[in-house]
Ligand binder design. Sequence first.
Ligand code: FMN
Length: 284
Amino acid sequence: MIRTRLTELLGIRHPVVQAAMGYVSGPRLAAATSNAGGLGQIASATMSLAELAAAIAETAGRTSAPFGVNLRADAPDAAERVKLIIAGRVPVASFAQAPRPELIAALKEAGVVTIASAGARRHAEKAVAWGIDAVIATGSEGGGHVGAVPTSLLIPQVAAAVDVPVIAAGGFCDGRGLVAALAWGAAGIAMGTRFLLTSDSPVPDAVKHLYLAAALDGTVVTAQVDGVPHRVLRTIMVDRIIGDGGAGGGGTGGEVTDTPVLLRAAMVEGRTDLGLMPAGQVAG
Ligand SMILES: Cc1cc2nc3c(=O)[nH]c(=O)nc-3n(C[C@H](O)[C@H](O)[C@H](O)COP(=O)(O)O)c2cc1C
């Protein structure tokens, strides 16, 4: 058993968090992770309020262990989502992108543990000043929305800068990575891509096979998808979106704004040809 400030804070058996993934981390994956001793999380950004309420109830029915809900603080109905989390007695709430102080305060007052996401030290420091209980620091290797600093450099820097438990993310898939993260000063790890590829993940097999076929250079970061840097599997469709400029958000392709529709096409419908597949370099 590895006990850290994170296992103590969350009341979990292993310092492993399942990262939030839209259309991927619903009740089935979240509950399976929590039952196995990690922290499972429901990704709520792609859910309606009613779907979130149902997902919370279903997850609570599948596990008696702690689990979390991940939400966007900039969602127009963020305050209502926080109310659902509190009413559902969800033990943990994590923020995708920047949190908001009043949401942190409401959650903490109700006894919910709060976690922020940070891709840079200053984001972590800001969230801690607002009273956040823990920080997930995600390096540029990670899948989905990412910053510019690699995990190996970001984690030691953030861990030295803040006094709350730091959860390292971006590029983890095994126990060696967990040991490295602990050595860098983190109190645990979060993994997305690795959990997408488990048997408890609802993602269609055709999509899982594409991830498994990717090499270390099989992903690309582009801002052409939704305006912010996003690491995705490099498919023919992605190449078309980013145009001739290639990696790093360059290129001449038009910006596609309907990310949830493209995400759903891959993760729910298994459309590897037209779906968008966020992926960490660790897929390789
Ligand atoms: C398929 C997929 C979907 C994701 N969707 C979300 C999301 O909806 N919200 C979010 O905050 N992060 C999302 N992420 C990012 C993850 O939460 C996490 O930061 C990332 O997977 C960590 O890097 P790793 O893939 O190397 O483990 C997604 C990642 C993947 C792979």
